[in-house]
Design a protein around this ligand. Structure first.
Ligand SMILES: Cc1cc2nc3c(=O)[nH]c(=O)nc-3n(C[C@H](O)[C@H](O)[C@H](O)COP(=O)(O)OP(=O)(O)OC[C@H]3O[C@@H](n4cnc5c(N)ncnc54)[C@H](O)[C@@H]3O)c2cc1C
Length: 516
């Protein structure tokens, strides 16, 4: 059994462990999919290696809308099995990581009695299927109640609103919690290590060649494993091509953009469902002193670390907010940050971006590599369970039963705090330690290096603390000082780390200026 601390100072030892180990399973990609698979497999007693090209959750798993959907939307599509899975997964997450599944009411407005009746019937079914506790069932708000509870909503032309509970998470930290748990269960894990070749023997995949992507680290590691899972998200096709250069691409990527505003600019109390000009649902989400607006859904040509944000993206979000909310002066320049990501969807010819199914699919390549694409953050655990069942069968391994519905994730336990307590939201039970260490950027940086495997300043700024979107550049210097001390950075390296984060921050603002 390992430890739940991912200590970045142990880097060389971690790479040696990957090189010298002989694994049952090599998981490529440390987003929520790969992290969930690695955790489950390690808990069942398999020898697991997990390798991530950049940082944990640096792909799509830090760019989502951060919603743990209960599955209401699948009801409209008549997919009851999916509703039941989504609803029960939500309860599981709440049990194993309460700080990463925070209850926040969603509010949807309704124009007339007929839509109210239809939505209520749906919600009753949903609440029954999802075993929603009695004190959390939906409420109906009449116009007076809307004006009292969510005064920003324009009530002209409305009949009523429904408020029903959903959950919000921190996608990057949920991923990280799974990686830490996988390591605790004995998995060998390394970030900033990219698989550049799939090794085969007799036509069968037997491992991967991995190259460090960390500045100044010139290291190549061979990882040997009996089975490989390709969980590379938007890069799934690129990894499939390492196994079979002639593989036909299967993914279609669509881009989703979010913008972050000071809460005072758009002071919503609940997550309010909006409607864009093309009738797609968008939303305004309260998040501490901020509100974020999301999201767009447009085809995007290739997997990018930082998908480009255009003026049209921000105009679309602003217009959807103005449609329902009383915010006549709202404009793109009000945003303090923007983020974008690409959805790794399974291509369906002839469908529009938002019509493509979000269901996951699994393919086995010619050398036996199992590739996973599609899926959602919300039901990652159930998806991982299915993949590991398949892996156990392929390996013919004797494995313990799946326990991921019961075992808490790191940060679970301890008293629940108010959801506006930023440190609790980030660290859960570990918040007290960070607070005692000063509760500031330097304390967060110590936690990030010693417990959370942060190897670069960007790892800390974007994914460990979400300061890049909800905070800004303040604290970068102090964090760089602390990380530099702990990781032995030279003066040049410290400057390079700071320059890189400032360039990202500028990129955020360039998108806003372009939209202004
Ligand atoms: C705008 C947007 C909003 C969304 N909102 C929600 C939401 O509210 N709720 C929800 O449930 N879902 C949501 N989703 C979907 C959800 O975010 C994704 O389904 C999920 O994050 C995909 O995770 P993943 O692990 O498959 O991919 P990723 O997170 O992209 O992980 C793949 C990883 O593989 C790594 N990798 C790639 N190539 C290699 C290689 N050669 N070697 C090693 N590693 C490699 C990458 O660096 C990356 O980190 C949203 C998605 C988007 C884009």
């Amino acid at each position: 059994m390992g430890s739940a601390s991912l200590d970045a100072r142990r880097r060389a030892v971690d790479l040696d462990a990957l090189e010298s180990g002989s694994f049952d399973l090599l998981v490529i990609g440390g987003g929520i999919t790969g992290a969930g698979v690695a955790r489950d497999a390690a808990m069942r007693g398999l020898k697991v290696a997990l390798v991530e090209a950049r940082d944990w959750a640096s792909g799509t798993s830090s760019r989502s809308s951060k919603m743990i959907h209960g599955g209401l939307r699948y009801l409209a599509q008549g997919d009851l099995a999916l509703v039941k899975e989504a609803a029960s997964e939500r309860q599981v997450l709440r049990r194993i990581a309460p700080h990463l599944a925070r209850l926040t009411p969603f509010v949807i407005t309704l124009p007339n009695l007929a839509t109210l009746a239809k939505m209520r019937a749906g919600l009753w079914t949903f609440e029954k299927l999802g075993e929603v506790p009695k004190n959390e069932v939906h409420e109906i708000w009449d116009l007076k109640e809307i004006a009292r509870r969510e005064p920003l909503i324009k009530t002209a032309g409305l009949h009523a609103a429904l408020a029903y509970p959903e959950f919000l998470t921190d996608d990057a930290r949920l991923t990280l919690a799974n990686v830490r748990s996988a390591a605790e269960q004995g998995a060998a894990v390394a970030s900033h290590l990219e698989i550049t070749r799939i090794l085969t023997e007799g036509g069968k995949a037997v491992g991967g060649l991995a190259r460090s992507t960390l500045a100044g680290e010139d290291r190549v590691v061979t990882v040997r494993a009996r089975l490989i899972v390709n969980a590379a998200g938007p890069w799934v096709d690129a990894v499939r091509a390492l196994e079979d250069p002639g593989a036909t691409p299967r993914l279609t990527l669509t881009k989703g953009v979010h913008m972050v505003l000071p809460r005072a600019v758009l002071p919503v109390n609940n997550t309010v469902i909006l409607r864009a000009a093309d009738k797609r649902g968008t939303f305004a989400v309260p998040h501490g002193p901020f509100t974020y607006l999301g999201t767009t859904d447009t085809f995007y040509p290739q997997a990018d670390d930082w998908p480009r944000i255009t003026r049209a993206d921000l105009d679309y979000l602003v217009a959807s907010a103005k449609g329902l909310l009383d915010a006549p002066d709202l404009k793109p320049e009000d945003a303090v940050a923007v983020w974008s990501g690409v959805r790794p969807l399974v291509g369906q010819a002839g469908k529009g971006a938002s019509e493509i199914s979000r269901k996951d699919e699994v393919w086995t390549g010619p050398a036996g590599v199992i590739a996973i694409a599609g899926g959602k953050l919300s039901a990652y655990r159930a998806m991982a369970e299915r993949i590991v069942d398949q892996a156990v069968e392929v390996l013919g391994a004797k494995a313990a039963p799946c326990r991921t519905t019961e075992e808490p994730l790191p940060g679970a336990g301890g008293a629940e705090a108010a959801s506006d307590d930023r440190l609790w939201r980030l660290y859960g039970a570990e918040a007290e330690g960070v607070r005692t260490a000063g509760g500031d950027a330097a304390a967060e940086a110590t936690q990030a290096v010693q417990q959370e495997g942060a190897l670069t300043l960007e790892d800390w700024w974007v994914r460990r603390t979400a300061r890049a979107w909800f905070g800004g550049p303040e604290g970068l210097e102090a964090a760089a000082d602390r990380m530099g001390e702990l990781l032995g950075w030279s003066a040049e390296r410290r400057v390079a780390e700071l320059d890189h984060c400032r360039a990202l921050d500028r990129m955020n603002h360039t998108a806003l200026e372009a939209a202004a």
